[in-house]
Design a protein around this ligand. Structure first.
Ligand SMILES: Nc1ncnc2c1ncn2[C@@H]1O[C@H](COP(=O)(O)OP(=O)(O)O)[C@@H](O)[C@H]1O
Ligand SMILES: Cc1cn([C@H]2C[C@H](O)[C@@H](COP(=O)(O)O)O2)c(=O)[nH]c1=O
Length: 217
């Protein structure tokens, strides 16, 4: 029975790597798949992992229709057993519904990967619809950590190390330390709520309360 699965977690927790691993393993057993992505950091029409793995991918833009695309391929004699959909948080609710239709009407496995919430701890449209429609959601087991050592659960957007809460929801970027430009930092809920990034913690907290060697580290 085909399924619509959503593998999710914070930024930097291994989602793109898992997406490429799953494509590899299904292909190794003779299954035919397609890879989709949207706004990958490495550029258009590519799925990239921080581990250095990359793969060609079909770029999902606002007007992209998964149902039309797949039916067109099948009509031309193509075979599709599964699809890997990275950065699914950026897909529209309608596109998630098209993916669910692939599962229900064409028995195609759909594996989605993405972050749940944006820099304001608000669900992305694609993630919200996946929460509503997915057969299963799986939290990735590789844990990204907050600067305090707790498991990171939220994604902060920073400028010069300071957390910001204003701006567009979509802003492609990466986890970087000492960035003067816009960057992201994964935090535990407590420190996301307090807007306490590593830079601010180092500037304001005494070394004794900081883990991993205190302020100097
Ligand atoms: N040099 C490295 N050595 C080992 N693991 C690494 C290295 N760089 C990144 N990683 C792993 O890759 C993960 C990020 O992988 P990636 O697939 O890009 O994550 P996501 O797609 O969730 O942002 C990190 O959590 C870390 O576990
Ligand atoms: C929190 C947040 C993130 N993004 C962007 C930043 C990255 O380009 C991707 C997530 O990529 P990853 O593979 O999970 O690291 O999403 C954004 O546009 N808006 C946000 O609020």
């Amino acid at each position: 029975m085909a399924e619509l699965l959503y593998f999710t977690g914070t930024m930097d927790c291994g989602k793109s790597t898992l997406a490429l691993q799953m494509d590899h393993n299904h292909k190794a057993r003779g299954r035919r798949g397609r890879i989709f992505t949207s706004h990958d950091r490495a550029g258009e029409s590519v799925l990239s992992s921080r581990l250095g793995l990359v793969a060609e991918a079909i770029e999902v833009r606002a007007e992209f229709d998964f149902w039309d695309h797949v039916v067109n391929e099948l009509t031309q004699g193509g075979r599709i057993d599964y699809v890997v959909c990275d950065e699914a948080q950026f897909y529209s609710a309608l596109q998630i519904e098209q993916l669910a239709r692939l599962v229900d009407e064409l028995q195609i496995d759909v594996f989605c990967f993405g972050i749940l919430t944006d820099f304001r701890a608000t669900l992305f449209p694609g993630s919200a619809r996946l929460v509503e429609l997915a057969d299963r959601m799986e939290l990735l087991q590789v844990e990204a950590l907050c600067w305090c050592g707790e498991r990171a659960t939220h994604n902060a957007r920073t400028i010069g190390g300071e957390m910001v809460t204003e701006g567009e929801q979509l802003a492609v970027g990466d986890i970087e330390s000492n960035a003067t430009e816009m960057a992201y930092e994964v935090l535990c809920r407590r420190h996301h709520r307090r807007r306490l990034t590593q830079a601010r913690a180092r500037a304001t907290l005494s070394p004794e309360v900081l883990p991993f060697g205190g302020a100097a580290s």
